[in-house]
Ligand binder design. Structure first.
Ligand SMILES: NC(=O)c1ccc[n+]([C@@H]2O[C@H](COP(=O)([O-])OP(=O)(O)OC[C@H]3O[C@@H](n4cnc5c(N)ncnc54)[C@H](OP(=O)(O)O)[C@@H]3O)[C@@H](O)[C@H]2O)c1
Length: 283
């Protein structure tokens, strides 16, 4: 049972646009309930033109923590009092936490991604391949490098792969076609290919590295074509839901210092997905 709302109840939330549906409120409210934290978490649809006003409002209302989703992860940085070094290096903030009177930006996508992978194996020294060179790829490449993996970035637009690799210290960059010829113990798809399309994959099944660890950041559908192909190739697979749950858990650690109930959050994620099947969703 959730605690009754009182004058002391803390408010948290996620800003995104368009609102569509997001499973963040379900995950965070489940965690608050399990940990006995007197807080509620809501979703706020904030159009880009209203971003400055929304952050000023969050400041004035004393909102304790805000997750930041598409399309605000870069633009929000200029409205904050401080941005942690990792978020600055990645170039995106997905979490704003109130620290006294200050709003501090952080990025938990990178740690969410590596924690999800570390459920299965250590990353130090691994040959990792990241498919994609967009915003999520930046966080994933940063995280893999942070853990000591050797990273290759493969992307449809090779120039973007090269630029990202040079900036974040990846060893190789190339087109998606290079996968079969690239050393790979850990493969992470960060492209949006497969999103709400169970038949699409960014790479052909024949190119998958047999026996590797494979994660798809796409979590709708829960078992993407890539994950099904990877399982058939003898790979260990990690579903995108675990990255989302782990990055949300890291947000809770940042605010409360408490250890989040991961399984309860994952169950809430699943229930929220069943309730909103077929609807739009942002991360
Ligand atoms: N699980 C999680 O916690 C989590 C967190 C954040 C995001 N996500 C998911 O990550 C995905 C990417 O988000 P993002 O913000 O990084 O997007 P983004 O910045 O727009 O980047 C999109 C990437 O996908 C590639 N791409 C798009 N369509 C393609 C196609 N038809 N064939 C090959 N490559 C294609 C793009 O290649 P080009 O450079 O060639 O255009 C680019 O590398 C989304 O599905 C999002 O929902 C998941």
């Amino acid at each position: 049972m959730a605690r009754p709302i009182s004058a002391r109840t803390a408010l948290c939330g996620v800003i995104l646009h368009p609102a569509g549906h997001t499973r963040s409120p379900a995950m965070h409210n489940a965690a608050f309930e399990a940990l006995g934290i007197d807080a509620r978490y809501l979703a706020f649809d904030v159009a880009p033109a209203d971003l400055a006003a929304a952050i000023a409002g969050a400041r004035a209302l004393g909102i304790r923590q805000l997750a930041v989703s598409i399309p605000h992860k870069q633009a929000v940085m200029e409205h904050l009092d401080a941005v942690e070094e990792t978020a600055r290096l990645i170039g995106a903030v997905n979490t704003i936490t109130r620290d006294g009177e200050r709003l501090v930006g952080a990025n938990t996508d990178w740690s969410g991604a590596v924690r999800a992978l570390e459920r299965e194996r250590k990353l130090a020294g691994a040959h990792a391949v990241v498919l994609g060179a967009g915003g999520t790829a930046r966080a994933v490449v940063f995280g893999l490098r942070e853990r000591g993996a050797r990273v290759s970035v493969l992307n449809r637009s090779v120039d973007r792969a090269r630029a990202l690799a040079a900036e974040l210290g990846a060893e190789r960059a190339g087109p998606l076609d290079d996968l079969a010829a690239t050393p790979c113990d850990v493969l992470v798809n960060t492209t949006s290919v497969g999103l709400r399309d169970p038949d699409a994959s960014a790479v052909p099944a024949a190119a998958l590295p047999r026996g590797a660890l494979v994660m798809d950041v796409v979590y709708d559908p829960p078992r993407t074509r890539l994950l099904r192909d990877a399982a058939a190739a003898g790979c260990t697979t990690v579903a995108g839901k675990w990255m989302l749950v782990e990055q949300a858990a890291e947000q809770l650690r940042l605010w409360t210092g408490q250890e989040p109930p991961l399984e309860r959050m994952a169950e809430a994620f699943d229930r929220a997905g069943t309730a909103q099947q077929g609807s739009e969703e942002a991360t």
